[in-house]
Design a protein around this ligand. Structure first.
Ligand SMILES: NC(=O)c1ccc[n+]([C@@H]2O[C@H](COP(=O)([O-])OP(=O)(O)OC[C@H]3O[C@@H](n4cnc5c(N)ncnc54)[C@H](OP(=O)(O)O)[C@@H]3O)[C@@H](O)[C@H]2O)c1
Length: 312
């Protein structure tokens, strides 16, 4: 960025990825405004030592565009890391969908950011975003990206693959179940390829983007240093924890049939589309990222050891 921002807002700064970004921004001396529609809560989970950062909290609901201009007053740069509650399990009757929050919410933020004089945007999208993607979540992400690209504000779009770390709701869920079960449950065959990236690295890369003019108006895929199957990731995590468990695979079709009736509930605990979401692969081309934001990213086993290894 040409001028150092003094005030940086993070929409989604109470969340998993946004929390890591907010912490990194604060660690680098920025004044961080966390935008939240549900109210202040600890942002992300600490991935390092040191004192807890201090944030300014402001109310902003991206589904209520009229709430956004006031929340963005005086903000120089805006990070957007939004996901609806319980994502990827949509609850259309509650307005909790990719279209409403990821797409329309980002559109509303981009408009408000332009109107209030925000000078820089960093948008957290997802690997796979495309206008003609077969999955509607990737089309919603594309719609959000288009709002960022068309905002008239200098931007960087980051498309992470699969992000893990303390506080994530996927790997930790399976590992948590293995505490009570004699196996680790997995939906699908576990052979989908992922490029797992540590949440603290995503926070650092997003903050680097703000400070690196070479990322102006760039869209970059983000992934960790290894490509592994989901089973390899879980086995590495189990090894790190010193826990021996087999992985039990549940067929996708069976799980979709079992969860189909749940879609009748206002807030389903699972639904067939979310099963498609969790079994998809997340491969990325990190060449352009490494060329613009060179940074040594943590290998999986090293990063897992920072929060899963048994304490001595
Ligand atoms: N986690 C991954 O593996 C991964 C991988 C690739 C891409 N991404 C992308 O990273 C982004 C963040 O994901 P995450 O895992 O960090 O999600 P998360 O932990 O669920 O955080 C989502 C954030 O969105 C905010 N939010 C939800 N509804 C809102 C609303 N109506 N108005 C304002 N804020 C709202 C929440 O804040 P409040 O509830 O406090 O308002 C929360 O801080 C998403 O766009 C996701 O697609 C994530």
């Amino acid at each position: 960025m040409s001028t150092d921002p003094r005030v940086v807002a993070v929409a989604g700064g109470t969340g998993f990825v946004g929390g890591a970004i907010a912490r990194e921004l604060a660690a680098r001396g920025h004044h961080v405004v966390v935008l939240t529609h549900r109210g202040p809560r600890p942002s992300g989970v600490a991935t390092g030592s040191g004192p807890a950062p201090v944030f300014e909290y402001r109310r902003a609901d991206v589904t209520k565009p009229e709430s956004l201009a006031e929340a963005l007053a005086g903000v120089d740069a805006l990070f957007i890391s939004l996901a609806f509650r319980n994502s990827p399990i949509e609850a259309p009757r509650r307005g909790q969908t990719f279209e409403k929050v990821d797409a329309a919410g980002t559109e509303a933020l981009a408009v408000a950011a332009k109107a209030t004089g925000v000078k820089r945007l960093v948008y957290i999208s997802g690997a796979g975003a495309a206008p003609d993607a077969p999955r509607h979540w990737f089309r919603a992400k594309w719609r959000a990206e288009e709002a960022i690209r068309g905002s008239g504000i200098v931007y960087t779009i980051l498309r992470p693959s699969w992000v893990y770390g303390p506080g994530d709701r996927s790997l930790n869920l399976f590992l948590g179940l293995s505490r009570w079960l004699p196996f680790v449950p997995q939906i699908g065959n576990g052979r989908q390829l992922m490029a797992p990236v540590f949440v603290a690295d995503v926070g650092a890369l997003a903050t680097d983007a703000l400070e690196t003019p070479a990322t102006d108006n760039a869209t970059l895929e983000v992934g960790g240093p290894q490509t592994l199957t989901m089973d390899e990731i879980i086995r590495t995590a189990l090894r790190t924890m010193g826990r021996r468990r087999p992985i039990l695979h549940a067929p996708v079709l069976l799980m979709k049939i079992a969860t189909a009736p749940l879609t009748l509930l206002p807030s389903p605990p699972m639904r067939p589309s979310a099963i498609d979401f969790v079994v998809q692969s997340a491969q990325v081309d990190t060449g352009p990222l490494q060329a613009t934001l060179p940074r040594a990213l943590m290998p999986l086993s090293e990063a897992l050891a920072t929060y899963l290894a048994p304490r001595r």
